[in-house]
Design a protein around this ligand. Structure first.
Ligand code: MRU
Length: 363
């Protein structure tokens, strides 16, 4: 997507053909910084400390991490080692394991002398595939938005609530939850997006709001607690969120707070959609609540908040007593029964084993 008048992806191969460049998302929306990462340790830090984040982008970044490792040492031991090092960076997003498996399975049969070049090629393909998957998700989600706008007065916007950032910053381009929104805007359909701030890290306030502003999408920032109230008053036509891992039974793991939005949506008959590319489906897991590991992050993310001061400095402030402990589960699981539909690259599936199998036969 464009930043100013220049098109960016969130990650790209550097001119040296070996390093990658990434948008360092920790500084948004106040500062747009690009970082060059040249080592596996750097890739691990960028994922763990959330310079890059969002399930699909985590996967693509890890794929490039494997390529960087292969350029240094293309042995079997190094291939297994980089899989382990990167796999432990963030435990919930399944795209990480998907991309690491994809790279290892592709590279393992090749002679070591061919692995580096093949790894960069495959990582690039995975990045390109992510963009095509998101475009297809966008087209399928757009049909739902069109159905809603057809029931409205001419010119009245479709009000969409989204949580966290499942936008282009969470992917290589377009985003998952935002792809139908961007395509609706391109098609001249009036939309308005309610952006959940998404405590503790505020990906909604910092990233989704920045994306919406950058692309001229009418939007309003709300605190996480406001969604239910707006739904009760008929101010939300649909919810679209992303997911870090969706099980074969259709349970949806996503950023903490998603479950509460799904409960409120069900209570108010607001359709609750989840947008996801197929690499986000974990076919090995059925019961999301029992089987998905939930990342527990630092309590500092709850007790301290980043922002920009009046003098223009990007700074952190404490919002709770020094001695108060804080818990920080980063994701929750929304049971399939609360999900209206899964917007995939192939179409909109029912959130159930039957629904997903019908959409992806052979899995
Ligand atoms: O902790 P984050 O910022 O990586 O969490 C991101 C999310 O929860 C997104 O909604 C999810 O990854 C889907 S991204 C297309």
């Amino acid at each position: 997507m464009n930043v100013g008048d220049r098109h960016y992806r969130t990650i790209w191969l550097s001119d040296d053909g070996r390093s990658v460049e990434i948008i360092d998302q920790r500084w948004l929306p106040h500062d747009f910084r690009v970082e060059k990462v040249s080592t596996v340790a750097g890739i691990a830090t960028a994922i763990r400390d959330m310079w890059v984040r969002g399930a699909p982008l985590i996967g693509v970044t890890a794929a490039y991490g494997v390529a960087i490792q292969m350029a240094d040492d293309p042995s079997d031991a190094a291939l297994d080692g980089v899989w382990e090092v990167l796999h432990e960076t963030r435990p919930t997003a399944i795209n990480l394991r998907w991309a690491l498996d994809e790279m290892r399975n592709f590279l393992r049969p090749l002679p070591s002398g061919q692995r580096a070049e093949a790894a960069y090629r495959r990582a690039g393909e995975i990045a390109d595939e992510d963009v095509s998957l998101n475009r297809a998700i966008g087209a399928n989600g757009l049909e739902i938005i069109k159905e809603i706008v057809a029931r409205k007065q001419p010119g009245e916007p479709v009000n969409i609530l989204t949580h966290c950032n499942a936008g282009w910053l969470a992917t290589v381009d377009y985003g998952t939850a935002t792809a139908p929104i961007y395509l609706a805007v391109e098609a001249g359909i009036p939309v308005h997006v309610y952006v959940d701030e998404t405590r503790p890290r505020n990906q909604g306030a910092q990233l989704t709001a920045w994306e919406m502003a950058g692309h001229g999408v009418p939007h309003t920032l709300i605190v996480d607690n406001a969604g239910g109230h707006l739904m009760q008053r008929g101010q939300i036509d649909m919810v679209i969120v992303g997911t870090d891992r969706t099980t074969a039974d259709g349970d949806v793991c996503n950023k903490i707070g998603t479950y509460l939005k799904a409960l409120a949506a069900a209570d108010n008959d607001v359709p609750f959609y989840v947008a996801l590319p197929s690499p986000t489906i974990d076919w090995t897991v059925g019961d999301g609540l029992a089987e998905i590991p939930i990342e527990q992050r630092s309590s500092d993310e709850v007790s301290l908040v980043w922002g920009k001061t009046a003098s223009g400095e990007i700074a952190q402030v404490r919002i709770s007593p020094e001695t108060t402990p804080a818990a920080n589960p980063a994701f929750d699981v929304t049971p399939a029964r609360l999900v209206t539909g899964l917007i995939t690259e192939r179409g909109v599936a029912k959130a159930s084993r039957e629904g997903l199998k019908a959409m992806f036969p052979g899995r």
